[in-house]
Design a protein around this ligand. Structure first.
Ligand SMILES: [Zn+2]
Length: 504
């Protein structure tokens, strides 16, 4: 009996220890990503174990009817966003599984949250917010959809329940997922944001590549800090962690030898949208041809390094965010679209593989491949400069007729200050006629996107009604206001068909 009891006890202790292991760690070959059910149940168990410093908060719903779960870690046990601001603490928001086939962040976040709690290592001046799984719909649709990706052996699908790519949905907000995300972002108001991904394309020696908010598109105060301090420090620390990084590889022509181009994440992307909110933002892109476990641990190390630097610079980041917000309130001219500066480039040391051609196993035609037995280190061109191709001077205010409900709802969601007209009135103002525009011939993310918009501004008397909205452009969110309302914006509401009835 005694032996039986002690066996039971050992078994119980073993189970207890096991209960803290993530499904990724429990899998023998470390080629496994947690299912949605496993993710939520893991965090629920962890929250039970550390109720003072960890909370799970559900937001809204998603297109598949399940709420978006935010995992919040707070060393001082404060979970009230307003109080966190009052205490001059920073908030970091980490997004996982926007593309469920790129799940490293999901698994890495599960282990990192546990380790921070278990080792009593939560940063003292930062509240950490993790979106457990953003594209729940896609995560539930599990299988193999990125055929040449090197694991995990099953994972979610890119499209959500509506077959939307959620990383194009931040301005048009066609998914309920986007509404829940924007609720989280505008409630917690993070100063730093991270979106975890996996890349395909050219092969090279790095496990992880990095996208930062494109510097010419980022608020200049924040761009200076990220370019001179935060990014170099991340590169340095990741090399020390054993995961040397390179900027995200988008080839100028064919292969990386031709030079690489810095990625332009316009507002439809998560980090383009967060840039409008003056949030320092990064995207990790591990490479899909590297083993899954290495990609997970690289993501884990990246997050730990980011947290450490942000803790060190917590006060400074708060000051810079405040300065950036104040500067944007005063800013008069806004970029609405950008184009690559082909004339000016930097150089960087790149560790790649020689490219070659071999017959495709499918068609027999020559196909490009990268030969891992032929590594090289070369200096390559890095096209890292963008110019504003369209700009607009902000007006004193915009008037939005209440008929445009989705615009009003999105502005409310984004904490835009609006005033309502108290009575019917006629105002002398400038308005635009849409002179010309192009429209995509195929649907893109559920829309026939407009571009190349030409405007004819006219002075006019326009009648408005009681309850219509006036939006002054003296706000920290001026970028969001101007870039969505000016029709020439690459991701304006006009571009995304919000105002198509006026074209009838
Ligand atoms: Zn992705």
């Amino acid at each position: 009996m005694k032996r039986y009891l002690s066996a039971l006890l050992v078994c119980f202790i073993f189970l207890q220890a096991k209960a803290q292991l993530a499904p990724f760690e429990l899998s023998k070959d470390k080629n496994y990503t947690a299912t949605y059910a496993e993710v939520i149940s893991y965090y629920q168990q962890l929250a039970k174990k550390y109720p003072a410093q960890m909370k799970l908060i559900n937001y809204g719903t998603t297109d598949v009817g399940k709420p978006l779960t935010l995992v919040v870690l707070s060393r001082d046990k404060v979970f009230d966003p307003a109080l966190i601001k009052k205490q001059n603490k920073r908030v970091l928001l980490i997004n996982n599984g926007i593309h469920p086939g790129e799940p490293e962040g999901i698994d890495a976040s599960m282990m990192l949250t546990r380790d921070l709690l278990k080792n009593n290592k939560l940063p003292k001046d930062i509240v950490l917010c993790f979106i457990a799984v953003y594209n729940i719909d896609g995560c539930l649709n599990r299988g193999v959809s990125r055929i040449n990706q090197n694991g995990p052996r099953a994972y979610g699908f890119r499209g959500n329940y509506k077959n939307l790519d959620l990383n194009r949905d931040f301005i048009k907000a066609d998914s309920k997922n986007a509404w829940a995300f924007e609720t989280i972002l505008n409630t917690w108001q993070p100063e730093v944001f991270l979106d975890n991904h996996t890349s395909d394309g050219a092969d090279y020696q790095y496990v992880m590549t990095l996208i930062e908010t494109q510097k010419d598109k980022q608020n200049p105060i924040l761009a200076e800090y990220t370019a001179k301090t935060l990014s170099p420090e991340l590169y340095k620390r990741m090399a020390k962690s054993g995961y040397e990084m390179t900027p995200y590889v988008e080839e100028k022509r064919g292969t990386p030898d031709s030079g690489i181009v810095s990625f332009l994440e316009t507002p439809r992307f998560a980090t383009g949208y967060t840039a409008q909110h003056n949030i320092i933002s990064y995207i990790t892109e591990t490479h899909m041809l590297k083993p899954f476990d290495k990609r997970v641990w690289a993501t884990y190390d990246f997050m730990q390094n980011l947290f450490d630097i942000c803790q060190r610079d917590a006060k400074l980041i708060g000051e810079l965010k405040h300065k950036a917000d104040e500067q944007v309130k005063q800013q008069t001219t806004f970029a609405l679209n950008w184009e690559l500066d082909e004339q000016h480039y930097d150089t960087l040391t790149f560790k790649g593989y020689e490219a070659g051609h071999k017959p495709s196993g499918v068609s027999g035609l020559p196909r490009l491949y990268y030969d891992e037995s032929k590594p090289f280190t070369k200096t390559i061109k890095y096209y890292d400069n963008y110019k504003a191709s369209v700009t607009a001077d902000k007006p004193l205010a915009y008037v939005i007729p209440q008929a445009w409900q989705k615009v009003i709802e999105l502005f409310k969601l984004n904490n835009i200050v609006m005033h309502r007209l108290t009575h019917d009135t006629t105002l002398d103002l400038q308005m635009y006629y849409i002179g010309d525009y192009k429209t995509g011939q195929r649907p893109y993310e559920g829309h026939y996107l407009h571009s190349n918009v030409k405007l004819n501004p006219v002075d006019a008397k326009v009648k408005f009604y009681a309850g219509d909205y006036v939006v002054y452009t003296d706000q920290a969110l001026n970028r969001y206001i101007v870039e969505t309302l000016e029709p020439q914006g690459v991701d304006s509401f006009f571009a995304w068909n919000f105002f198509d009835p006026i074209l009838g």
